[in-house]
Design a protein. Structure first.
Length: 407
C-alpha cells in the first residue's frame, strides 16, 4: 500500500497477543492492510516471508521442515493459506518450545479453509484476530475512541462532518489504499478489486464455472442490502440452485465481504421474524456493485437508507472486531413490522440502534427502540437514533438522536 500509514485500533491487541501466544493468526479481506500493519509493528524484530509467490509456495510444500529451518522464528508468514500444509509442522516446532511466545505470525485472506487448518493444527496455540477495512474512527485518527455507551466516550471529540464529505467517504469505502492515497479513481479501484481479488478468493475456495453468473449474484445480493433475506427468491432471480446460493453466501461471509445480521430472540415463543439480513462489510464495494459512482446519487437514491444502515453497522462491527472481540450484533423485528435496525449485546446490556437517513430527528423515529425497551426493559441500555446530520437531542426516555460523526 502506498500513501501514509494509518494507525489501526488492532495494534495494541496484536502486540499483546504476540507476547502471550506462540502463534498469532491475522485474517481479513485482501487489501485490508494486514501486511502493512505487521511490517509496521514487527519489521525490526522478525523476518517477513510471503507464501503467495509460486516458488516460495513450492519450496514450503516440497520440504516443510527444511523451509521452517531456513525461516526460523520469530517470523511472519504472509498468505499462509497458500501453504496450509506448513501448519502441522509449525505445530511440531511450537510443541518443542511451547513456552516461547511470538514465534509465528501468520496472515490469511480466506477465513473458511484457514480456520479449518488452524483448528486442526494450532488449537490452543494460536490467537485468532481479524483486520477489516478501516473504520471511520481509524480513518480520522481516533482508533481507540470508545462507542457512545462505553466509559470515556466524548461526543464532541471528532467534530462535525459535512454531508457531502460523509457520502463521498461512504462511496470510497474503508480500504486503506483508497483512504491513504488521495486522487485514486474509486470506481476503477473497486472494479479491479472485485475482479482480481474477490473472484480469485472465491474461485480458490469453490469452483465457480460461470463468473458472469457469480457477478450477477453479487449485484443481486448488493441490491438486497438491509432487507430480510429470502434465499429462494435470490436463487431464482440469479438463476442458480438454492444450495448454490447458500454456498456462495457462506463463502462471501467467510472472506469477510458480507455480514449476516441475524434476528435477536429474547423469547422463542414470541412472533418474531426469523429471516436474517445481509450487509456488505465495505460500503465502497456495496456502492460499486449497485452501480453508484456519485455520493449525492447514493444519498438520494432508493438505496440511500440501506447504504447508510450498512455504514453504521460496519462502523460498530469494525470497532469491536479491531479490539479482538467477537461482537454480538443482531436486529429485532416483530411479525407486526416493529423493528430496531441493530441490537448490540454489550456487557449484559442490549444497546438498540435505529438508523435514519434524515438529518432532522423526530420523536417518531424512536418508536421501534421504545417498543424494544418496553419488551425487554430489564436488560436494555440506552438507545440511539443515528442519522447523517449534525444534531444531538433526546427523542424519548433513554433514547438519543446522534450524528454518525459522533458514533
Amino acid at each position: 500500500m502506498d500513501g501514509r500509514y494509518i494507525t489501526r485500533a488492532l495494534e495494541p491487541v496484536l502486540k499483546r497477543a504476540v507476547r502471550q501466544f506462540p502463534a498469532v493468526v491475522l485474517t481479513g479481506p485482501r487489501q485490508s492492510g494486514k501486511t502493512t500493519l505487521l511490517k509496521h509493528l514487527f519489521a525490526s524484530d522478525r523476518r517477513y516471508v510471503s507464501l503467495e509467490a509460486p516458488d516460495v509456495r513450492a519450496a514450503a510444500s516440497a520440504d516443510p521442515r527444511g523451509f521452517l529451518e531456513m525461516h526460523a522464528p520469530p517470523v511472519i508468514f504472509d498468505e499462509v493459506q497458500y501453504a496450509a500444509d506448513l501448519l502441522p509442522y509449525i505445530k511440531e516446532r511450537i510443541d518443542d518450545n511451547r513456552d516461547e511466545p511470538g514465534q509465528y505470525v501468520l496472515t490469511g485472506s480466506q477465513n473458511l479453509l484457514l480456520l479449518e487448518h488452524v483448528t486442526e493444527s494450532l488449537a490452543g496455540r494460536a490467537a485468532m484476530l481479524r483486520l477489516l477495512p478501516l473504520s471511520h474512527r481509524e480513518a480520522l485518527g481516533y482508533p481507540q475512541a470508545p462507542l457512545p455507551w462505553e466509559p470515556g466516550y466524548a461526543p464532541d471529540r471528532r467534530g462535525k462532518l459535512a454531508y457531502k464529505l460523509l457520502w463521498d467517504s461512504i462511496l470510497q469505502g474503508g480500504y486503506p489504499e483508497l483512504v491513504a492515497t488521495k486522487g485514486r479513481d474509486v470506481s476503477l479501484w473497486h472494479s479491479s478489486y472485485t475482479q482480481t481479488y474477490l473472484e480469485r478468493d472465491i474461485r480458490s475456495l469453490r469452483q465457480i464455472g460461470d463468473l458472469m453468473q457469480f457477478q450477477s449474484f453479487l449485484r443481486a445480493l448488493a441490491a438486497r442490502c438491509g432487507q430480510l433475506l429470502n434465499l429462494t427468491d435470490l436463487a431464482r432471480d440469479t438463476g442458480v440452485a438454492v444450495n448454490t446460493a447458500k454456498a456462495w453466501l457462506s463463502i462471501l461471509e467467510a472472506t469477510f465481504q458480507i455480514v449476516i445480521l441475524r434476528p435477536y430472540f429474547a423469547n422463542v415463543g414470541k412472533r418474531l421474524v426469523k429471516a436474517p439480513k445481509v450487509y456488505f462489510t465495505d460500503t465502497g464495494t456495496l456502492c460499486h456493485l449497485v452501480g453508484l459512482k456519485d455520493g449525492e446519487h447514493a444519498a438520494l437514491g432508493p438505496m440511500g437508507g440501506a447504504i447508510f444502515e450498512a455504514v453504521v453497522l460496519s462502523e460498530i462491527l469494525k470497532t469491536l472486531v479491531h479490539r479482538g472481540e467477537a461482537p454480538g450484533l443482531y436486529f429485532w423485528r416483530t411479525a407486526r413490522g416493529i423493528e430496531v435496525d441493530i441490537i448490540i449485546d454489550a456487557n449484559a446490556k442490549l444497546i438498540p440502534i435505529e438508523v435514519k437517513l434524515s438529518g432532522t430527528p423526530r420523536p417518531s423515529m424512536a418508536a421501534g427502540i421504545v417498543a424494544f425497551r418496553t419488551e425487554l426493559s430489564k436488560c436494555v441500555g440506552p438507545g440511539y437514533v443515528v442519522h447523517p446530520g449534525n444534531i444531538r437531542l433526546p427523542l424519548a426516555p433513554e433514547v438519543t438522536a446522534m450524528p454518525f460523526s459522533e458514533l
